[in-house]
Design a binder for this molecule. Structure first.
Ligand code: GLA
Length: 443
């Protein structure tokens, strides 16, 4: 099939713009590696409608794939070498040899996402993994914004794993593959959950993915594609703020949840994740959870923190508040799905607002710019609800907005945000595209 037909199928009315985007990437590939056939892959970023920091607690999430992709163009090599080139000069070229234990580049190097993916593929397909010459393209305006809480890193992990799997004739089922990709990403040192990789691979156009992150058996997950309401748009607005220590803060939240599990275990034997007590009333759980534990105290209570990189043993974990967020957030995800099913959009808006308050007050992942942007979004008549989205500490908000209010939103939100912070936000509409894939071989 021609590239333009494939793009038409993926991007609909935006296919023409994307054609120029892909053609430019193909031209850069040819300049970098020489002329000849090129395998083309894409993986989308995502915005999470609701269900924040629940996935690694085996809870519920409701993400949507964006129409912003990480593209990876590749040509197989006869050896086990991966040569990586990024169209953006801020991300320098990198070369490594694929194998079951790939040494990482220095912390923060973008190639570590690809190294983690390659290591996972090597462990699955066995010896003699075929390498590739690859070009990664995720630049604005079509790429997935980096560090913005819309999962550019998982899109890169997924697209790299997909390319190497394809070039090595490995055709995994999407669910085990998504799980393997989520574990592959631990390579970079953040103990994330499965949400981002699952939506990148399982997304369906026009739908959100309601995913239960608790496996029902090895690689058995329950999920459903929930249609997005017609007459409304999901808008994403980026604060432009990037927190320097998201990895450290993130891991502290993971540790706080695991500390909670350790404190509850004597009362609920056998629990491994907070999800195991989801159906117990919060009023019963709260008195069993200390407000604060240090990392050392959490370990002494039996919290399993060995695989979570943490700063010091003296670091404080807000155990009760973090657990309360997870417990209440899981309920909100279920209620949001029910409200979407019955068309009760006002209830969806209320739930989004409550989720934001819980993320800010209990999970402590907001910042002044996110607050200013959420407030600016809510001030627009026609905004049904708005909340921070993604890991937090900067990045994006997500807003559900009545279709006819979109132009006002696009004009008013930047004005108010600018007034409050002196910064310019980037706003874009989420068009809920499909999941990652191989597009074909082109020149
Ligand atoms: C990051 C992680 C996800 C999830 C979110 C917070 O995006 O990669 O697994 O935990 O943060 O909801």
């Amino acid at each position: 099939m021609s590239l333009s037909n494939v793009l038409e199928r993926i991007y609909g009315e935006a296919a023409k713009v994307q054609q120029a985007h892909y053609s430019a990437a193909l031209a850069i590939f040819a300049r970098t590696y020489g002329p000849g056939p090129v395998h083309v892959f894409r993986a989308p970023g995502r915005v999470n409608l609701i269900g924040e920091h629940t996935d690694y607690n085996h809870g519920f999430v409701l993400p949507v794939a964006l129409d912003r992709d990480v593209l990876l163009l590749a040509r197989p090599r006869p050896d086990e070498v991966v040569r990586l080139y990024n169209v953006e000069p801020a991300f320098p070229p990198s070369t490594f040899v694929i194998g079951p234990t790939i040494p990482p580049a220095p912390r923060g190097d973008w190639s570590n996402y690809v190294r983690g993916a390659a290591q996972m593929v090597a462990r699955q397909v066995g010896p003699h993994v075929r390498g590739m010459d690859a070009l990664v393209e995720s630049a604005p305006p079509h790429g997935v914004p980096r560090g913005a809480g819309v999962s550019s890193s998982s899109a890169l992990t997924v697209v790299a794993a997909l390319a190497l799997a394809h070039l090595n004739d490995w055709q995994p089922d999407p669910v085990p593959f998504a799980r393997l990709c989520s574990e592959a990403e631990w390579y970079v040192g953040t103990r994330g959950g499965i949400m981002d990789q699952f939506i990148a691979l399982l997304a369906r156009p026009g739908h959100a993915l309601f995913l239960d992150c608790r496996p029902q058996g090895p690689d058995r997950y329950t999920f459903a594609h929930v249609p997005l309401p017609s007459g409304y748009r999901i808008l994403v607005a980026d604060t432009g703020v990037r927190h320097a220590n998201v990895r450290g803060e993130f891991n502290l939240r993971v540790a706080a949840c695991r500390a909670g599990v350790a404190c509850l275990r004597p009362h609920y034997p056998g629990i491994t994740h907070l999800r195991d007590v989801q159906d117990v009333a919060w009023a019963e759980l709260a008195p069993l959870l200390p407000e604060i534990l240090t990392v050392a105290e959490a370990r002494a209570r039996g919290a399993d923190l060995n695989d979570v990189p943490l700063p010091t043993d003296a670091a404080e974990l807000r155990v009760r508040a973090c657990c309360r967020h997870v417990h209440s957030e899981n309920e909100r995800v279920r209620a949001t799905v029910a409200a979407l099913e019955t068309g009760d959009i006002a209830a969806v808006g209320r739930l989004l607002s409550e989720a934001h308050a819980s993320a800010r007050d209990d999970y402590d992942i907001s910042c002044p710019e996110l607050e200013a942007l959420v407030e600016a979004a809510r001030a627009v008549e026609g905004t049904i609800g708005a909340r921070l989205t993604g890991a937090g500490w900067g990045g994006c908000i997500v807003a559900l907005v009545r279709q006819e209010a979109v132009p006002t939103f696009e004009a008013e939100v930047p004005r108010r945000y600018r007034e409050q912070t002196g910064r310019e936000p980037t706003i874009f509409a989420c068009r809920a595209r499909g999941g990652a894939g191989f597009l074909g071989v082109y020149n």
